[in-house]
Design a protein around this ligand. Structure first.
Ligand SMILES: [Mg+2]
Length: 307
């Protein structure tokens, strides 16, 4: 689908976008995170008005007031007949908006302004505001899959166990203070305090296996420019499940540093669904999403993304 400058667009801005942005350029570089522009929240809003609203678009800007609000706002925009909804924030904000747009033909636009911007990286969307707005103005779209775990949606990836434990411990206060560094701090803390236990996976074929780490990838990247699933595509109708079979975080590190090359402890499955039978924590797109046993499945062609 293509849409035009005559169409109305709805812009959803994470109200916390821009906080804690100046703290960790060095850390962002080490993690391979995109080097987004530093600006305050007020400056961000002014830039959006200048680059989007003043440029032929009839646009409405709204800010999220709480977690989950992005989904609600996106659903309202769909009901009100908007043709595109632009998410301004990180992968968590995009996740909320995408959840609200899932299954519709209302296009999702992305202006990367978060801690990690994995979806933007995946789709080749630049982090400079002006260039990201240029992409939106051109209005090319691609229909992409989404994933689901325990009833929660994800766009880029879902993590289970330690990964979710770390994400849960990164509070918004910590994130505002330390930005990307808070994930590094909490990963170190998590490695000390978390007791690894096997995660039993049941495939639709009946096959069962029990890795210690599972990353369910719709996109290729994880935590920055690390290729967790080099063969993943958001348009192939599959999720790439990366399972680390030994209880050793060093295997995960080695696999990531090897940019997803074959590793003796790592098993890769292309799945359309599976079941995680034990009680575990899980996260979606970098935000804690829930706990318990969980059904995992791909939602093919779930969303139209402007890229
Ligand atoms: Mg896929």
């Amino acid at each position: 689908m293509r849409w035009t400058n005559q169409d109305k667009i709805y812009v959803i801005v994470n109200a916390k976008a821009g906080l804690g942005s100046g703290t960790s350029r060095f850390v962002r570089k080490i993690l391979g995170l995109s080097d987004r522009e530093d600006m305050t929240h007020a400056e961000l809003l002014a830039r959006l008005k200048e680059e989007l609203c003043a440029h032929a678009f009839d646009c409405q800007i709204a800010e999220t007031a709480s977690s989950g609000h992005g989904t609600e706002l996106a659903r309202q925009a769909v009901e009100q007949g908007y043709k595109a909804v632009i998410a301004v924030g990180g992968d968590g904000t995009i996740n909320e908006v995408a959840t609200g747009l899932k299954g519709t033909d209302v296009a999702l636009g992305i202006i990367p302004f978060g801690t990690a911007n994995l979806l933007a990286m995946e789709m080749g969307i630049p982090c400079a505001i002006k260039e990201a707005c240029d992409v939106i103005r051109k209005g090319q779209t691609r229909r992409c899959d989404m994933g689901e775990i325990g009833g929660k949606n994800f766009v880029v990836m879902a993590g289970v166990g330690l990964d979710a434990y770390v994400v849960r411990s990164v509070t918004s206060t910590l994130k505002e203070q330390w930005g990307a560094l808070s994930y590094v701090i909490q990963t170190v803390a998590g490695l000390c305090s978390y007791r690894l236990k096997p995660i039993t996976v049941e495939l639709p074929t009946g096959e069962k296996f029990s890795p210690y780490f599972i990353f369910i990838q719709n996109g290729r990247f994880y935590a920055g420019k690390y290729l967790m699933a080099p063969a993943a595509s958001m348009q192939d109708g599959y999720l790439d499940m990366i399972s680390v079979m030994r209880p050793n975080p060093a295997d995960v590190m080695a696999y990531l540093l090897g940019q997803g090359k074959k590793h003796p402890a790592v098993r890769v499955d292309k799945i359309t669904s599976c079941r995680l039978t034990d009680h575990h924590l899980f996260e979606c797109d970098g935000d804690f999403a829930g706990e318990g046993s969980a059904e995992v499945k791909v939602i093919p062609n779930a969303i139209e993304i402007i890229c």
